[in-house]
Design a protein around this ligand. Structure first.
Ligand SMILES: Nc1ncnc2c1ncn2[C@@H]1O[C@H](COP(=O)(O)OP(=O)(O)OP(=O)(O)O)[C@@H](O)[C@H]1O
Ligand SMILES: [Mg+2]
Length: 319
């Protein structure tokens, strides 16, 4: 039974229940339950083909689900599409603009559709730091500028919910950092809730307060960012001059030690005290006459994290 979302201090910006979308035999979105708290930067993380864009298109009413319900700020999308989407701004990964028009003219088209005042254009241009190129043709914009113009369009009318599909795709490292820093400040500056998809764990980690991980159309993790980080204790990566002896020395107890590309990967029991454990391992190796030239806490890679999450999900009783 789908319960309407209650408004109030714990308001939910997006809620989906049992959302399904099937394309010719492919379950692109397969029973997705999302709960996006108001004011969050909600990272929607998943590898290529996981179902991110399809979910976003469902949230925007651009696709009809085969099953499931969507509510946006408590409005049922199916029953009241216009009211539900009234306060939503969106930017897709490849921003589509009229090349022969200026940035300002592009925004003016949307401004008129939304029946907003003209100064709104200058406001959003200044927010995305494009005021200086407002009157330049979009065909002369860099990719980063095009992305920012897409965001500016999403910001027109000060929507309460911003949905960005892979907003850093194709940008160089500087552009990625600028975009990330910009998105991070949005809830504070505009009061909006941000739903942002990406296939980059590191990127989502650096900007999101909450995260859902989607894999083969199913949500395999959802929660506060800290909970995702806390799922697995960090590992220690050790480079030394005698890996075999070090493995024998350290691998005696319950601790799991494996060798990878000439380095030892040691699983720590918890994140608590990881630094002092690292120091004590270093000491033990030195005392045994083994030289340590590399010692670092190794973060889980996106791939490893996915494997862990998918594995955990298929254990009996976890479905
Ligand atoms: N219009 C469509 N017709 C048929 N299959 C589709 C369609 N759109 C998406 N799919 C399939 O649905 C699955 C999910 O695709 P989707 O585009 O939602 O993934 P994504 O997570 O956004 O991936 P990416 O990171 O590559 O953008 C994929 O298997 C894809 O091939
Ligand atoms: Mg996509």
């Amino acid at each position: 039974m789908f319960c309407p979302v209650r408004r109030g201090p714990m308001s939910i910006a997006i809620e989906t229940e049992g959302l399904k979308k099937r394309f010719r035999g492919v379950n692109a979105v397969d029973g997705v339950d999302l709960s996006v708290p108001e004011g969050a930067i909600f990272g929607f993380l998943g590898p290529n083909g996981a179902g991110k864009t399809t979910t976003i298109r469902l949230l925007l009413g651009l696709l009809r689900p085969n099953r499931g319900r969507i509510s946006i700020f408590g409005e049922d999308l199916h029953r009241n599409r216009l009211r539900a989407l009234k306060s939503v701004g969106v930017a897709f990964e490849t921003p589509a603009h009229y090349e022969h028009l200026t940035g300002r003219e592009n925004l003016d088209i949307t401004r008129r559709l939304l029946k907003l005042d003209k100064p709104e254009i200058d406001r959003v241009l200044s927010t995305v730091e494009l005021s200086h190129v407002a009157d330049r043709h979009v065909r002369k914009y860099s990719l980063g500028m095009r992305h920012r113009l897409g965001l500016a369009r999403a910001l027109l009318g000060s929507p309460k919910l911003l949905i960005f599909d892979e907003p850093t795709n194709g940008l160089d490292p500087v552009g990625i950092r600028e975009m990330r820093d910009f998105i991070k400040t949005l809830p504070e500056r505009t009061g909006a809730t941000v739903f942002v998809s990406s296939h980059h764990l590191a990127e989502i980690e650096q900007m999101a307060s909450h995260v859902a991980v989607i894999h083969l159309g199913k949500i395999v993790f959802q929660g506060a960012m800290g909970e995702l980080r806390g799922l697995h204790a960090p590992r220690l990566e050790v480079g030394c001059n005698n890996a075999a002896e070090a493995t024998a020395l350290l691998g005696g107890g319950a601790r799991k030690v494996e060798s990878r590309h000439g380095r030892l990967i040691i699983e720590l029991p918890s994140a608590d005290g990881a630094q002092s454990r690292a120091a004590s391992i270093n000491r033990r190796l030195n005392e045994a006459g083994i030289d340590v030239h590399h010692l670092a806490l190794a973060p889980w890679t996106l791939e490893e994290l996915f494997l862990q999450l998918v594995g955990a999900k298929t254990q009996p009783g976890q479905e």
